[in-house]
Unconditional design. Structure first.
Length: 297
């Protein structure tokens, strides 16, 4: 990795000095409404739980290894699995069902995959938990009334990284070809070197080998499904660069990828477009599902 020079003025990563790099990994500094939207995650998710039928599934022994499934009630409907963000250390499944009503209304089963976060788990553990959650849904889809051949995954913020890493990391729980039909990754930081050299490195505590193993752009050829990458034009310059670089790595590996930009949206605002049938992320998800069904984009 790049040498960590912390005198505050010399570059520590690409052309970022330490202060500028730390600022680029502090999303709340760029989004004055961050606290309001984070509060809304929980409120809208609790409302979805109150209004929709749901089933709680265990994919492991830990209390964190849970999936909340919101079924359409229509046998053989597609299934979307959502992986939440939170800088790898915040939020949980009860903050993450806010898009369930929009997807169920569109005839799409919606699942929220939960997992342990820092400090209860390390980032490599989170990746394997997400892999196991996805595999659990794939193996049990038919019994849950879902189409096992139409499983899609969506992640936002650090959840976008976890989705991409789950699809690209070589682990004992790797996801093979044909399991996931498409992925939508929004507002993620995909190469972990920048995060490790920022102030976040103090709690990420990754080795150089782990940074390499769990940085999806370095293993883009292992991703076996189309990927849509999204970001808001109000995000930090580093998060915009990360989205573009991940898209380019997929293209270089010959993997299908689409890059979309949410005009006038910051890091948190873009996530709410999953709840709006006319929103950028919701429409991107519907295109992804339609394309897998042979309907094109």
């Amino acid at each position: 990795m790049t040498d960590m020079v912390r005198d505050g003025s010399r570059p520590v990563y690409l052309d970022y000095d330490q202060q500028r790099l730390d600022l680029n990994y502090n999303q709340t500094a760029w989004a004055p409404n961050a606290a309001e939207i984070i509060t809304w995650y929980r409120e809208a998710s609790l409302a979805a739980h109150a209004r929709l039928a749901s089933t709680s599934l265990a994919y492991g022994a830990s209390s964190h290894e849970r999936i909340d499934l919101f079924p359409t009630g229509v046998s053989g409907a597609p299934l979307v699995a959502y992986v939440h963000g939170g800088a790898w250390r915040l939020l949980d499944r009860m903050d993450s069902a806010y898009a369930a009503e929009a997807f169920v209304a569109a005839g799409i089963n919606f699942a929220v995959i939960d997992f342990a976060s820092i400090p209860a788990a390390r980032l490599p553990d989170m990746v394997t938990q997400v892999q196991r959650g996805i595999l659990h849904l794939s193996r049990h889809a038919e019994g849950l009334g879902c189409d096992p051949g139409r499983l899609f995954v969506i992640g936002h913020s650090s959840g976008a990284h976890l989705v991409a890493a789950a699809l690209s990391a070589a682990t004992s729980t790797s996801i093979g070809p044909g399991v996931v039909c498409g992925a939508l990754c929004a507002s993620g930081a995909y190469d972990l070197e920048g995060a490790m050299l920022s102030a976040r490195g103090a709690y990420l505590q990754l080795t150089s080998a782990e940074v390499d193993a769990f940085s999806p752009p370095r293993h883009a050829g292992r991703i076996r499904c189309p990927v849509t990458i999204a970001y808001g034009d109000g995000e930090t310059e580093e998060y915009r660069r990360q989205a573009q670089a991940f898209h380019e790595s997929l293209a270089a590996a010959g993997r299908p990828s689409e890059l979309i930009v949410a005009e006038g949206q910051n890091h948190f605002e873009i996530s709410r477009t999953l709840t709006d049938p006319d929103g950028l992320l919701f429409k991107a998800a519907m295109r992804m599902i339609s394309a897998a069904d042979g309907g094109g984009k």
